[in-house]
Design a protein around this ligand. Structure first.
Ligand SMILES: [Zn+2]
Length: 262
C-alpha cells in the first residue's frame, strides 16, 4: 500500500515538473530583454532608433538591435509603432512607410505601442490621425495591437468601434477605473497589468481581481522588475497557483498570436 502511494506521488511529481517546465512567463510588453529562457517577451522596438537606422542607409534589422543577445533570440517577438509622444517632430508618412515595411518583412508580430495620450504635449487631433492610420495597417495585415492610453480611454474605445477594428487589442499598463475595465472587457479587449500591482496602495490590485482570466496579461513595460515577480504577486492577488496563471496567460498568448509568434 505504501509503495503504491509512493508511486502515485512520484508520478504526480514527475507530471508536475513537466507541467512547470512547459509553461513560460509571458511578458506582453517590455522595453528590455530577459535572459531567462522561461520568459517569452513582446519586445517593443525603439522607433526613434529604427528611423535613424533607416535614414542612415543601414538596412533595418531589428534582430541585430544592440540589446538583443543571441541566446535570447528564440524567445523574442517584437512590436513597433509610432508612439503618440513623438508624433510632433517626425515625418509621419515616412514613419508609416517604415512600419508597413516592418510588417511586410514580418519583423514584428504586433503593432504598438500606439494610441492616445492626453498627458503629453503632442497635438491630439494628430494623435488620433496617426493612431487610426496604424490601426489600419494592423487590420490590413491581421496583426494584434498594443495600446498606449493615458486619460483617453473613451476616445480610444470610440475609435476602435468607429473603425470596426477586429484584430486582438491589448491595453498595456491598464490605468483607469473598474467601470472602464468592464467596458473594455465587454468589447473583447485584453487588459495588461504592470508593476503597479505590487504597490499596496494601487487600485489596480483590486481591479485585476475582476478581470476574466482569459483577457488578462502581465508586463514589465520600461521598469526594472522581473516578470516572474509580477506572476508571483498576481497569483497571490488572484488566489491561484502561479503555475495555473502561467498556463492561462500562455493560452491567451496563443489565442491572440496564433502562429505569428514563437
Ligand atoms: Zn511601453
Amino acid at each position: 500500500m505504501e509503495v503504491n502511494i509512493w508511486i502515485i506521488r512520484k508520478k504526480q511529481n514527475v507530471l508536475f515538473l513537466l507541467f512547470i517546465d512547459m509553461q513560460p512567463f509571458i511578458n506582453i510588453h517590455t522595453h528590455s530583454l530577459s535572459s531567462n529562457p522561461e520568459v517569452i517577451s513582446i519586445f517593443n522596438v525603439d522607433y526613434e532608433s529604427l528611423s535613424q537606422r533607416e535614414s542612415s542607409n543601414h538596412p533595418i534589422s531589428i534582430l541585430s538591435h544592440q540589446h538583443i543577445t543571441p541566446s535570447a533570440h528564440q524567445h523574442i517577438n517584437q512590436s513597433a509603432g509610432i508612439h503618440p509622444w513623438y508624433i510632433d517632430n517626425i515625418d509621419i508618412s515616412e514613419h508609416l512607410n517604415i512600419l508597413e515595411k516592418l510588417v511586410r518583412e514580418r519583423q514584428i508580430c504586433a503593432v504598438g505601442e500606439i494610441g492616445l495620450d492626453k498627458a503629453c504635449k503632442s497635438d491630439f487631433k494628430q494623435q488620433e490621425a496617426v493612431f487610426k492610420a496604424q490601426l489600419g495597417i494592423a487590420s490590413k495585415n491581421n496583426l494584434p495591437v498594443i495600446i498606449h492610453c493615458v486619460k483617453a480611454y473613451n476616445e480610444v474605445s470610440e475609435i476602435l468601434t468607429e473603425l470596426k477594428h477586429t484584430t486582438p487589442v491589448i491595453f498595456h499598463g491598464f490605468n483607469s477605473s473598474l467601470q472602464m475595465a468592464q467596458q473594455l472587457i465587454n468589447k473583447g479587449y485584453y487588459l495588461s497589468f504592470g508593476p503597479e500591482i505590487c504597490n499596496p496602495r494601487s487600485k489596480r490590485r483590486e481591479i485585476i481581481k475582476q478581470i476574466p482570466l482569459n483577457q488578462l496579461f502581465l508586463e514589465t513595460d520600461d521598469r526594472e522588475i522581473n516578470i516572474c515577480q509580477l506572476y508571483e504577486e498576481a497569483s497571490i492577488l488572484l488566489k491561484m497557483q502561479e503555475v495555473e496563471l502561467r498556463e492561462v496567460i500562455e493560452m491567451n498568448f496563443k489565442c491572440m498570436f496564433g502562429g505569428i509568434c514563437e
